[in-house]
Design a protein around this ligand. Structure first.
Ligand SMILES: NC(=O)c1ccc[n+]([C@@H]2O[C@H](COP(=O)([O-])OP(=O)(O)OC[C@H]3O[C@@H](n4cnc5c(N)ncnc54)[C@H](OP(=O)(O)O)[C@@H]3O)[C@@H](O)[C@H]2O)c1
Length: 220
């Protein structure tokens, strides 16, 4: 299955930026899931991609799921099975009652379990959409890190290729159960909400993989 065919379910602030950057890098992009289909056709025309239903986006080998947390059930229902796909979840678990729903698990675990057979990853979720769009055109040592979580090493490589093609430094940080540092809220001891560059990434990865607290967030 081709992983340069990219389906985006939720092409809004985050998914729209990924769509634009990936299309520029040569990915074949299909955008989906909006209240007003005209938003999708306009974006598709802008980037030279296609607009369609979530089920069409879900035929791609690489699928970005980027909808507000409360719409995930609806988006997944419209997408249909994601088995065999590399899925990139950009979502953050905001909303009433979410902590009880997660019951001590990572939001990534909760979502991965909702996509049986998919090679689930989490990425593009720790930085604001505005900052991601602005930072995507940086070069060299100024590029920002997009952390990647997941249990499937090959899937994480495919996601890393996309993140690098979009203009970021891709860093494999954790597995699905161990990626709590990537998840909201912003707080000391987490990478969520913080800018990182390549030079500071290795120490974070080493700490997370050793189960140690991560170093204080850098200031650039
Ligand atoms: N925004 C950020 O700074 C940021 C940063 C990191 C992670 N995230 C996470 O990434 C995910 C996506 O965030 P986002 O800010 O990109 O979301 P968004 O732009 O608000 O929405 C994503 C897409 O969902 C569609 N949508 C919204 N409400 C809908 C509804 N009721 N029915 C059908 N479609 C609907 C929107 O299309 P239309 O508006 O055209 O209907 C939009 O294309 C979220 O889980 C968020 O927590 C966001």
């Amino acid at each position: 299955m081709s992983h340069t065919r990219l389906g985006i379910i939720g092409a809004g602030h985050i998914g729209g930026n990924i769509a634009r950057r990936a299309a520029l890098a040569g990915y074949d992009v299909t955008v989906s899931f909006a209240r007003d289909p005209a938003n999708l056709t306009a974006l598709a025309a802008e980037i030279g991609g296609a607009a369609g239903a979530p089920a069409e986006a879900a035929t791609a080998g690489l699928v970005v799921l980027s909808v507000p947390w409360g719409l995930l059930d609806e988006a997944l229902a419209q997408a249909g099975s994601l088995a065999g796909r590399v899925v990139i979840d950009t979502t953050n678990q905001f909303g009433r009652g979410v902590a009880a729903t997660l019951n001590g698990h990572t939001a990534a675990r909760y979502n991965a379990d909702r996509m049986p057979g998919a090679a689930y990853t989490k990425c593009f979720n720790t930085l604001t959409a505005g900052f991601q769009a602005e930072a995507a055109t940086r070069h060299g040592a100024d590029r920002v890190v997009q952390w990647i979580a997941g249990d499937d090493t090959q899937a994480k490589k495919i996601v890393a290729e996309l993140a690098e093609a979009c203009g970021y430094v891709a860093v494999d940080l954790a597995d699905v159960d161990g990626c709590g540092v990537m998840e909201a809220p912003r707080r000391p001891g987490a990478v969520y909400g913080e800018e990182y560059r390549q030079t500071d990434a290795a120490a974070v990865v080493a700490a997370v993989q050793a189960g140690r607290p991560i170093p204080p967030a850098p200031a650039y």
